[in-house]
Design a protein around this ligand. Structure first.
Ligand code: NAP
Length: 316
């Protein structure tokens, strides 16, 4: 879609400036954390959900709810236009009830509709959620200039194509940031004592292998999303400082979630793409400083929280 002649010039976002934000993915594990962070910085938030029953929760967090489906471009565009945002933040995923295939469809079609709606409303900046494990094969943690793994085999290829589409469309905005998150862990995620990965670890030993993963605590990912309001255009790895092989992190995760120790892998073979991601760009050029510089501290915090009988009661 081309930008109309009456489009307003993109606002140059500066720290401390109050902005209007349209947040897609507002009820998800990240969205629920991002709303109070945004409002505490003086921003106005319009929060997208398909579910009208979420409206009062969103209001209690400080946002104005907008009920629409990212697969319905007309009502979505109307909601974005009404909100007249300076920034559209795209944190949509389909991971609670969906599959990696439905998630890839949402990344492709949902992003198309969001970016078109942003163009139609003259939005100056789009910030989108991506992942840090979509890079092509290599020996070292990947920096942002490494290409995406578009030569992968299925089923990985479906995920990579969805990510590539999302990232490409995001770049149509006058200003854009793609946040390539590591594996989210911490409260309300799959990687916490009540999460599905912990259930998997308790059901049978996880494999402690040589595949390398990068993690990020969910609160650090939320904080980065807010800081990205003023970052220069580009992709950014949002991961902690310690990409780690399963041999290192799996035993610590099992300890943190009260599961039996994992089975050591007999093979030292690593998936060539399982290389982790390098966060130096965010750390050095964007002054991003995670509260949990390593999953080691984050997993310890989870263990202490679980020991204190914490319940999954909502965003923290
Ligand atoms: N990098 C990572 O490792 C990563 C990233 C994200 C999530 N996850 C994992 O996935 C788990 C589930 O994620 P989640 O809690 O964020 O839930 P989710 O089910 O993935 O939903 C996320 C958000 O997307 C919205 N959404 C989905 N489809 C939509 C559509 N067609 N139109 C409009 N909005 C739509 C949902 O809104 P409504 O349902 O309110 O409409 C919700 O706000 C997390 O616990 C986490 O462990 C991991």
């Amino acid at each position: 879609m081309s930008r109309g002649a009456n489009q307003k010039e993109p606002l140059e976002q500066k720290e401390g400036m109050s902005m209007r934000i349209f947040l897609a993915g507002s009820t998800g594990v990240l969205g629920r954390r991002i709303i109070p962070l945004l409002t505490s910085h003086g921003h106005e938030v319009t929060a997208l959900t398909r579910r009208s029953e979420q409206a009062s929760m969103l209001r209690s967090l400080g946002a104005r709810p907008a009920v629409a489906d990212a697969f319905e471009p007309v009502s979505l565009a109307a909601a974005v236009k009404l909100a007249a945002p300076d920034v559209l933040m795209h944190q949509l995923t389909d991971l609670t009830s969906g599959t990696s295939a439905s998630n890839a469809i949402l990344r492709a079609r949902g992003t198309r509709h969001l970016v078109d709606a942003a163009h139609g409303a003259g939005v100056g900046r789009v910030i989108s959620q991506s992942i840090a494990w979509a890079y092509a094969a290599g020996c070292k943690p990947a920096a942002e200039e490494i290409p995406l793994d578009l030569g992968a085999d299925e089923p990985r290829l479906t995920t990579i194509r969805g990510i590539a589409a999302l990232e490409q469309m995001t770049q149509e905005a006058p200003q854009w940031v793609v946040l390539r998150f590591g594996i989210l862990y911490g409260p309300d995620t799959w990687y916490e004592p009540r999460g599905s990965k912990a259930a998997e670890a308790r059901a049978g030993p996880l494999l402690a292998d040589d595949n390398v993963s990068s993690f990020v605590h969910v609160d650090d990912a939320a904080a980065a999303s807010v800081q990205a309001l003023t970052w220069p255009s580009g992709p950014v790895n949002i991961c902690d400082d310690e990409p780690a092989a399963g041999r290192l992190w799996v035993p610590e995760f099992c300890r943190a979630v009260g599961a039996a120790m994992p089975a050591a892998s007999n093979s030292s073979a690593r998936e060539p793409w399982a290389r982790g991601a390098d966060n130096r760009h965010a750390r050095t050029h964007l002054a991003w400083s995670p509260r949990f510089p390593s999953w080691r501290q984050g997993f310890d915090a989870m263990r202490h929280r679980a020991g204190q009988g914490a319940t999954r009661s909502g965003p923290q």
